[in-house]
Design a protein around this ligand. Sequence first.
Ligand code: NAP
Length: 360
Amino acid sequence: MHNILVTGASGFIGRWLSPALTQQGHNVFALLRQPERITELRQQCAARGGVAEHLQALAGDLTLPRLGMQSTPALSHIYHLGAQFAWGLSPAQARACNVNGALAAVELAAEHGAWLILVGGFMTENTAYLAELGINRQHPEQTDWARVYRATGAYEASKLEGYFRAQALANAKGVAFTGVNPATVCGHSQHGSLDAQQPLAQLIDNLAQGRLRGIPGNAAHWLPLVSVDALAQLLAHLSQLSPAQVPPTLLALDPTSPNLTTLLGWLADDLQVPAPRHFVPLPLLRALLRIKPLARALATDPEGLAFIRPERLTDASDSTTAFMQQHSLSWPPLRLCVERSAQHYMQGSTGRSLSSASPC
Ligand SMILES: NC(=O)c1ccc[n+]([C@@H]2O[C@H](COP(=O)([O-])OP(=O)(O)OC[C@H]3O[C@@H](n4cnc5c(N)ncnc54)[C@H](OP(=O)(O)O)[C@@H]3O)[C@@H](O)[C@H]2O)c1
């Protein structure tokens, strides 16, 4: 049994990870800006098969020194999921949470001799994309970050900066570090539950409301996916291993994810709406979305387009698949996860209420 700090425990992924960790007998300390939310989180933890008594709140804030925590119990693991996850942030806002929070998590791990499991994003594994942006992964201090922020928008840039600077700091301090880099997260494999703020839910909403008339990019572009429960299981499984048994990075991405054309076709069938048929080149779409009223009318932010790419990331994906097979883990059938996510949307049950005792 370990003492585990989870940042972002109240978020979409964290609300599935904490139950899975408590189920394994660990004490989970949720870093919360509003610690009074622990009552609702415990109810949800129990409804999701976890052990509510093993979940406790620690008041804190990722934007504050030492994560804003007064005192902490001895920790063996830190799962760092917390992030300001939104488009249109200023670089200062995004950095305050997503870069400073990641660096503070490394400092805390160093203090406790804890293993830091940091949740980045799948673009962290896309070497062609990183090269385009001029990111120096080994020496992130040599990167022109202002240029990266201009190119991608603040959320994505701050995630990349936070990830590579945290990794470099962990190496310098001798902190055990594992990066888990998820694809875009889709709904739960059993019941499709997906928060309305999640990027895939926004894509589904745009398609359902007739705002998505073209296919961004071309036939080579995809938006790789991973289901939230399988991701939570993979993350939780790491707590049963030692850092030496785990590759330094894991790419949490279902390799059976289809191209965007097929994904939109699946969703259109599920939502019973026409599928978009014509491609819209990404540079043109980006230029159009710079016209603010148009972006508002289409409910689409150009920042979200950064995740639609042609690279298949096969090497990183194969090595994670091999690790998962070795540990009897697998991705649930993706077509079903997508269908259930669409059904969940249609039932009108997207939303981020913590008050419900139902697992969704
Ligand atoms: N979902 C995806 O498709 C996806 C894909 C790749 C990577 N990721 C990464 O996975 C992680 C979790 O994503 P998610 O989808 O679960 O995000 P989410 O639902 O937006 O949750 C974000 C979490 O971060 C917490 N947080 C934000 N600002 C904070 C602050 N200043 N201090 C303390 N906590 C703060 C939030 O707490 P409150 O409840 O107080 O707001 C919430 O618990 C993020 O690092 C994200 O970048 C997500």
